[in-house]
Write a protein that binds this ligand. Sequence first.
Ligand code: OAD
Length: 250
Amino acid sequence: MNELERVIEDIEGIDAPERVVVLTGAGVSAESGVPTFRGAGGLWKDFRPEELATPEAFARDPLLVWQWYEWRRDLIRAAQPNDAHAALAWFEREVEGACGYSLVTQNVDGLHRRAGSRRLLEIHGNMFRARCIREGTRREFPDSPAELPPRCTCGSLLRPDVVWFGEPIDLIADAMSEASAADVMLVIGTSGTVYPAAGLVSLVRGGMTIEINPDETPLSGAFSSSIRSSATAATRAVLEALARRLASCR
Ligand code: OAD
């Protein structure tokens, strides 16, 4: 029996969960062709975060920062949500009314939303939204702007509506309260190296915690089970097992 089969068997033996929380990282989008941040081909290999993903970098060179985001936005516009994104959106619809559910993502690529997920906390923001640096107003920002860096109607610069290194995470309190109420937490495709998101799994009290990641991470030892598979190879099977568990208790 492999680890995925063992996890499915374990799920069949638990009480019906009242609250399922999923945390995703860049690995859930890897099979859509979106580069992860770390590891082979990771974005941070070619770019230094402090040159691009900090408020200081933006103040110093907003054009360079926007050029980097436009390169990523182009790549993601051309990408499609994969079966792991689709399975999460399916699960949300399937368990509506049967248990609490929320999806916490560190990803700013918007692929969960494009796949249909709505009970979604995008804790690091979304790069298809922009924010005026003076007024703080947010807007949808799906298309390539006519000129870079783009400006607000008030004349000030717009910035990508994402959380940069050193900035506070507005949604972290919501994510923490979801994690601390979880009976089951599924963590897919994160290296578990960036806090506070990486600390969410430690808030789960006595529930089942499952990692899906082809590689071991610094958090692996903290999970009840680690499935060494890609997101598309394991996510749907785990969610289907959870949905069956709920259905048998209705
Ligand atoms: P990382 O790039 O740090 O980690 C990606 C993880 O995905 C690694 O552990 C890989 O082993 C795993 N992985 C790769 N391919 C996979 C696949 N097909 N299926 C499942 N897992 C796979 O990305 P994050 O952990 O998301 O922050 O990084 C966290 C934060 O660091 C990001 O949100 C970003 C970055 O700096 C901000 O932008 C604020």
